[in-house]
Write a protein that binds this ligand. Structure first.
Ligand code: ASP
Ligand code: MG
Length: 401
């Protein structure tokens, strides 16, 4: 008998009808002779609604209390799904993150899983029950509830699949797989049959919203076979795994991320340690720096220009401004009207000319590139935010049509 982990996203359990639909999917896997552990997200927009409720009370809620609040969303869907399964004659039990054995570090609202003690899950499975686990949550060393950060239920599901050596982890959502671009934006985007962990990780980090990037990291680390598929059709979805057909597509996807801001620190003295001072400030504030550009403008001076997530931009500017006299720069400024557009594909490791084709397509659309960054399997450009959608379509046409 194989063990399967099924995760249902918020849209797949948003109301009574969807909950029963999920229960029937679980029932089918069971009837095929599998043991099933299910992980659920909060129903529909519940998590957003809970955040809004907190905002009605205070603008600066404690993170501990936020986790206490946000974790309730998943408890609702887990209990309801277990009830639906029982109604359909399928023995089931719901478990909170704590009951399911999720121990995390102490970081409220973006905790990392430290350990997963699967004893309770396994004992429930041995009693022939479907186990329904609340995604997104665990407890820290103080026995306080923590959450794993937005979209964290994917990670909960992969962690269970890894710990129990599940045959597969199916992520049920409202799209039928991973697409070459956001289909709402690019009408001729195509569904991929398979994609590698590395490609998926780049896509997830670069703005494709289908899978949480930490879950992909974890799946890669423990070789968990992932499938992204729709809860509304019976069709197989996209398989995410270590290697895919090497002769396949060169480029797997085009993404955009509008959630970036460019920070300009101008006329910093051109001496050893200047960059260190700037970026250690960012590190102290836990700000992730992405693309970095250092250019020499005037003699003995350099400009240090880099990108940060947009929500961190104001903090970055204020701390840099405060310490500007210490590292001797002239000015700090920010531009939030930028977007990062990227093409991703493992095929670019063994093929040349991808960059030039990318820049040509942008040139033909008259889109100006402000910054460029690359990894082995992706090329990203920073452009004006207002041109991001056009850029995605142009790049999709160039590589994927
Ligand atoms: N409910 C949480 C969120 O919306 C976790 C999840 O859905 O994965 O972020
Ligand atoms: Mg999600």
């Amino acid at each position: 008998m194989a063990l399967i982990v099924l995760k249902f996203g918020g849209s797949s359990v948003k109301d009574r009808e969807h909950i029963f639909n999920a229960a029937r999917i679980i029932g089918r896997w069971r009837n095929e002779g599998n043991d099933v552990v299910t992980v659920v997200s909060a129903q529909g927009d519940t998590t957003d609604d809970l955040i809004e409720k907190a905002g009605e009370i205070t603008h600066d809620p404690s993170k501990r209390e936020m986790d206490m609040l946000l974790s309730t969303g998943e408890q609702i869907s887990a209990a309801l799904l277990a009830m639906a399964l029982e109604t359909l004659g399928c023995p089931a039990i719901s478990l909170t993150g704590r009951q399911a054995g999720f121990q995390t570090d102490r970081t409220y609202m973006s905790a990392r899983i430290r350990m997963l003690d699967t004893e309770r899950i396994e004992s429930e499975l041995s009693r022939n029950r479907v186990v329904v686990v609340t995604g997104f949550q665990g407890v820290n060393q103080y026995d306080d509830i923590t959450t794993l950060g937005r979209g964290g239920s994917d990670t909960s599901a992969v962690a269970i699949a890894a710990a129990l050596h599940a045959e597969r982890c199916c992520i049920y959502t409202d799209v039928d797989g991973v697409y070459t671009a956001d289909p709402r934006l690019v009408p001729n985007a195509r569904r991929l049959d398979e994609i590698t962990f590395d490609e998926m990780l780049e896509l997830a980090t670069l703005g494709a919203q289908v899978l949480n990037s930490r879950s992909v990291e974890l799946a890669k680390k423990y070789s968990v076979c992932l499938e992204v598929r729709s809860s509304l059709t019976d069709k197989p979805g996209t398989i995410v795994k270590e290697v895919t057909d090497v002769e396949g597509m060169l480029i797997k996807g085009v993404t955009k991320d509008k959630n970036v801001a460019v920070i300009n620190v101008l006329e910093v003295p051109d001496v050893p340690g200047a960059s260190f001072k700037i970026f250690s400030l960012m590190a102290q504030k836990n700000i992730n720096v992405d693309v970095i550009l250092q250019s020499s403008g005037k003699p003995d001076c350099k400009d240090v220009i880099f990108t940060v997530p947009e929500p961190d931009a104001d903090t970055a500017v204020s701390v840099l401004t405060e310490y500007l006299p210490r590292f001797g720069g002239r000015s700090v400024s920010v531009d939030k009207n930028v977007a990062k557009v990227s093409v991703v594909g493992a095929g670019m490791q063994s093929h040349s000319g991808i960059a030039s084709r990318m820049f040509e397509a942008l040139y033909e659309s008259n889109i100006n590139i402000r910054m460029i960054s690359t990894s082995e399997i992706k090329i990203s450009v920073l452009i004006a935010e207002s041109e991001a959608d056009r850029a995605v379509q142009a790049l999709h046409d160039a590589f994927l049509s």
